[in-house]
Design a protein around this ligand. Sequence first.
Ligand code: GLV
Length: 320
Amino acid sequence: MKKKLFITRKFPAQFVEPLEEHYDIEQWEEEETVIPRAKLLAAVANCEVLWVTIADQVDEELLSHAPNLKLVTNLAVGFNNIDVPALRKRGIMATNTPGVLTNTTADLVFGLLLATARRIPESERYLREGKWQSWYPMQLVGKDVSGATIGIIGMGRIGQAVARRAKGFDMKVLYHNRRRRHEAEEMYGFCYASLEELLTKSDFVVIMTPYNKDTVGLIGAKELALMQEDAVLINASRGGIIDENALYNTLKNGKLWAAGLDVFEQEPVALDHPLLTLPNVVVLPHIGSASLKTRTAMLMLNVNALMAYGQGKPLSNRID
Ligand code: GLV
């Protein structure tokens, strides 16, 4: 008897078809929209395996509707959408996609940092809106990235990849992390700093820490007030790490120079969100890992976990 697999999104057929060998598959038939919660709760009623995206909350409520669930595989490295202790309590396994998106995400973080510092989206709007009349010295002047100090909060795989890119721009790298990264300090000259010191001394603060109970609202009004008035804040981790109201007020009052955000507390972000009214905020729709090669590799890690489970083999990349 084949196992029942539910997929919460329409994924490209090339990743789904090989699974038919082991699974009876049902999937939400839309690629771009999230499955409505009530439909998801109904769909998991008899499934043994669930393949989800970060838009799907796998929590107590969902688990209480899924008595046969044995495995959840998540198309992301971050797994704040999954209540891991609740899974553990029920002996349900879960996997994610670490490693394969490190460089792609670090590239995007650096792109966002450059775009924010050099006002690239604002400059493009200026040209397209017909505002470009001549060249003049103080036109669209931004901040230098080369030689500046970058402070990275969260020095995991992606944080370290961002830091290595920063070295290429002759930046001084400060970092804050639960654990010291002695090897990276010795090899690249990265400097450990307390959160306060990092916020006070950095021209660019980049958030790369995972989202969990210790990092919810980590950057609030008090922390933003420690930053220099001409500093830039970049977040490509998870929206809830920053208090968005506090960020809006800080920017509005001219107490911070700009922010670059790939992630938001609520995604997709509402078009009337106050942060979107500010010209010095660069916004992206959570595209950190969005290259064809990387998204393919992420899907393949999930497929491999599903194939291994189907064949009764041990699973890699477990998070439970
Ligand atoms: C994307 O945000 C991920 O966690 O992979």
